[in-house]
Design a protein around this ligand. Structure first.
Ligand code: NZQ
Ligand code: ZN
Length: 390
């Protein structure tokens, strides 16, 4: 097991009606005037935004608002938010929504105290040292941004989608998590979230670091629980207990606990981010297409961990060699994605003629000549992986 730092200081407030505590939490973390950031309207229609505002009022907190954040959020809204926060003396961001909204709030939070262009942080020119505090009221379990120090933003000019990783600066101060808020999620978004959280675990699971049994077992346990709860939320969207299990899994998948003490991979995410940057598909759906292809490719080079995944997570019982066990595990994973209505090919994702040359060129321009940890992939490899998704 490698040395590690595990830093997850977010205060998670989980359960029914917890959004009524938003004002008190904002006050606890020093907010006096907040910017409420939200998406395309689901939180307005559900009445959640009004409830959050009432909670802020009850705690004597003022607010301004910025709505209309779209999935796969873009830099223009971050610039707009930075101006708004600076001009109105706002001292805290509260994101009411999912990953796209949270990540926009994080972009604003690190951009405000910085004199240069906030994009410097995303393209790796600068390291975030200061940021305004961010709070979250989560409405979709998926990206795990409520517990991560990361933010993913797309620069409109050139469609460059990059993830910023910070150890501590952008971890939310608090995250309100009421599973009831997820009852209104359309089945497609629910399924996208399930895939995304599973892949956040897999990116950490597939490692060559030896003697990481504890993190392996934590990761396997969360993955198995997600696959058991998934059909319940798909058939019965108002099943509180199943929604609650899925919601907490999304956080555990990405707050770092499943990755302690080991090298991580992340090539599936990098491969997917190029797809959602250009074609604006839902990130989780993109991953459902990428991961089986990626896994099949790496199993051809290094089947050991894929076979372990097949045996321990996908329940493959076979006397066969690692390669055949791995192949059966991948087939079962693909079947699972299909069972919750996810696409597994470019065509099913709505992309008839993917520009693979462009995807590969952008991928290696952004992430270097070789990507990944479990198997290091060059452009010769990633082109084959994209081709396998057709
Ligand atoms: O915009 P509204 O109207 O709110 O609708 C949203 C949006 O259309 C809808 N939705 C959310 N909660 C709802 C709801 N509809 C009904 N009822 C509710 N309770 O769901 C749609 C998707 O929302 P979005 O925020 O885009 O989803 P998600 O949480 O999957 O975030 C995706 C973004 O996060 C990035 C992705 O790349 C993508 O840009 N990621 C961020 C990460 C991080 N910060 O750590 C890690 C991830 O790997 C990921 O890359
Ligand atoms: Zn993801």
């Amino acid at each position: 097991m490698n040395n590690f730092v595990f830093w997850s200081p977010t205060k998670f407030v989980f359960g029914r009606d917890t959004e009524s505590r938003t004002g008190a939490l904002a006050r606890e973390f020093g907010g006096r005037k907040v910017l409420l950031v939200y998406g395309g309207g689901s939180v307005v229609r559900s009445g959640l935004l009004d409830r959050v505002k009432a909670s802020l009022s009850a705690s004597g907190i003022e607010w301004e608002e910025m709505g209309g954040i779209q999935p796969n959020p873009t830099d223009d809204r971050v610039y707009e938010g930075i101006e708004l926060v600076r001009s109105r003396n706002i001292d805290m961001l509260i994101a009411v929504g999912g990953g796209s909204v949270i990540d926009t709030a994080k972009g604003i939070a690190c951009g405000v105290p910085y004199e240069g262009d906030f994009w410097d942080f995303y393209c790796g020119k600068k390291i975030v040292e200061k940021a305004l505090p961010v709070g979250v009221v989560l409405t979709i379990p998926a990206a795990g941004s409520e517990g991560s120090g990361n933010s993913v933003i797309t620069k409109r000019d050139g469609l460059i989608k990059l993830s910023l990783r910070t150890e501590s600066a952008l971890r939310p101060k608090f995250a309100v998590m009421n599973p009831e808020l997820t009852f209104t999620l359309p089945p497609y978004q629910t399924a996208c979230g399930i895939v995304d959280m599973m892949v956040h675990i897999m990116e950490r699971y597939f490692t060559n670091t030896p003697d990481v049994e504890i993190t392996d077992r934590v990761a396997e346990g969360v993955l198995i629980a997600i696959m058991e709860e998934a059909p319940k939320v798909m058939c019965d969207p108002e099943n509180y207990e199943a929604r609650a299990n899925i919601m907490w899994s999304g956080t555990l998948a990405h707050n770092g606990v499943c990755g302690t003490g080991r090298a991580e991979d992340w090539s599936s995410h990098f491969i997917e981010h190029e797809i959602s940057a250009i074609y604006n598909v839902a990130h989780g759906a993109g991953l459902a297409v990428v991961v089986p292809a990626w896994m099949q490719y790496v199993a051809g080079v290094n089947p050991v961990k894929v076979a372990q995944f097949a045996r321990r997570v996908m329940g493959v019982v076979s006397q066969g060699d690692d390669k055949s066990v791995a192949a059966e595990g991948i087939k079962r994973l693909k079947d699972f994605f299909m069972s919750i209505g996810m696409p597994v090919t470019f065509k099913e994702l709505g992309i008839d003629n993917p520009d693979i040359e462009r995807l590969v060129a952008k991928l290696h321009e952004h992430k270097g000549e070789r990507i990944g940890g479990y198997v290091k992939l060059s452009a010769d490899d990633t082109i084959k992986i994209y081709e396998m998704m057709q």
